[in-house]
Design a protein around this ligand. Structure first.
Ligand code: NAD
Length: 375
């Protein structure tokens, strides 16, 4: 078995370390920073605090980033970078601001719109401005991945772009920044971490280093996510979930995600189910499918090594966790008709589906969506 491992992001982990942005930027030789953050952080005062603490290193800000960022937001952000002669970018927020900043920091060095590269197969130029990623959810792991997931809402498209140039130069993971996450965001983003760990492990692109990372991350989620959900100021649970998110990011960025992520895209795009919740919706279903099919022994081993009797017990635990945290366990309330189920099947046929160890046919997707829809 041949495999390659690369992890080019300098990681700074620990409470209160967001104030180190200026030192890290200086170390990187950066000048004239742009802060990219979601609107929440401008209201909460965190964006202003970060700009102030940068002591002049950050000279401008961009706050028009929505959840599941749109290609138009990336283009607007890239235009600010060009106009203000920006030298580096700081992304503060969940996966959405981080992904917007990654794409903008690359495309700004070209005259292009990001649309040229989104879901078209055209490779992104590798040249990019240095990016310091500061996650506020635990979460996507985007701070250590070479992926930017963007939506083109006008054309009903949500798709990841992968580029070596998307790796941030540095990541600051400060668990204190996650304390303000409301329980529903904690739950959804926490299940996303579990999906990254499990899918990274069973992906056809799996490899030994990522396998070990995946098991560590999944174990942490089972132990701490419910505590963080129940008690947002549980410092230990928040810190351990940040560790899980970061390590799950490292576990999936090279092997890539699989079936649950492929199915999440239409669920988010058409039915507006938040990203993590959409991934978690099918996770236990695919655990049961993958445990029974080709490569099933690896899924059983994963479950045993993180403390379950078998994969079935792990799938039950995922379902239980979703129920306890008020996350969606089915699609019954949407009252889907046959055409809508057929649309979900068609759009779930996303490239990530082909990383799944078991071949997922349209008939299997149809059966799953009918089961989830209660039909
Ligand atoms: P998000 O960034 O979309 O944020 C969700 C909501 O939570 C927003 O309303 C935001 O304001 C709020 N929020 C975030 N942090 C908060 C905090 N500390 N306190 C209070 N509110 C807070 O959520 P996300 O799940 O982190 O990111 C999802 C996006 O990331 C999706 O587009 C998904 O496809 C993408 N994604 C990217 C990667 C990658 O490797 N690039 C991996 C997985 C997912």
């Amino acid at each position: 078995m041949n495999w390659d491992y690369l992890q080019p992001v300098k990681i700074h982990f620990g409470k209160g370390r967001v104030k180190e942005i200026k030192e890290i930027a200086r170390e990187l030789g950066c000048k004239r920073g742009l802060l990219v953050a979601g609107p929440f952080f401008f209201k909460s005062g965190l964006a202003e605090k970060v700009i102030k603490e940068s002591e002049g290193m950050i000279v401008a800000s961009f706050g028009d980033v929505s959840p599941n960022p749109d290609v138009a937001e990336v283009d607007a952000c890239a235009e600010v970078i060009r106009q203000k002669n920006i030298g580096f970018v700081v992304a503060l927020g969940g996966g959405s601001p981080m992904d917007c900043a990654k794409a903008a920091a690359s495309v700004a060095l070209t005259p292009d719109s990001i649309r040229k590269y989104h879901g078209t197969g055209v490779a992104m130029p590798e040249k990019h401005l240095p990016l310091i990623a500061v996650p506020t959810t635990a979460g996507t792991g985007s701070e250590v991945t070479c992926v930017s997931v963007l939506s083109d809402h006008a054309n009903g498209k949500k798709a990841p772009i992968v580029s070596e140039g998307f790796y941030p130069a540095a990541a600051i993971i400060d668990p204190e920044l996650t304390y303000t996450m409301p329980p529903q965001v904690t739950a959804g983003t926490g299940i996303d971490v579990l999906s990254h760990a499990i899918e990274g492990y069973w992906s056809k692109g799996h490899q030994p280093i990522c396998d070990v990372l995946a098991m560590h991350a999944a174990e942490l989620v089972f132990k701490y996510v419910y505590r963080a959900y129940r008690k947002p100021d549980d410092e230990e649970a928040r810190e351990k979930m940040c560790e899980a998110s970061l390590i799950a990011g490292l576990a999936f960025t090279l092997p890539k995600t699989t079936s649950s992520h492929a199915c999440s895209f239409p669920l988010t795009n058409i039915y507006h189910i938040p990203h993590g919740e959409a991934c978690g919706l099918t996770l236990d279903y695919f655990i049961r499918i993958n445990a029974k099919g080709e490569g099933g022994e690896r899924v059983e081993e994963f479950a045993r090594r993180i403390g379950f009797k078998d994969a079935e017990e792990m799938a039950d635990a995922v379902l239980e966790l979703k129920k306890k945290m008020g996350l969606r366990c089915d699609l019954k309330d949407l009252e889907l008709d046959d055409d809508q189920i057929a649309e979900l099947v068609r759009i779930s046929r996303h490239p990530n589906l082909y990383n799944n160890p078991v071949e997922i046919t349209d008939e299997m997707l149809d059966e799953m969506y009918r089961y989830l829809a209660g039909k």
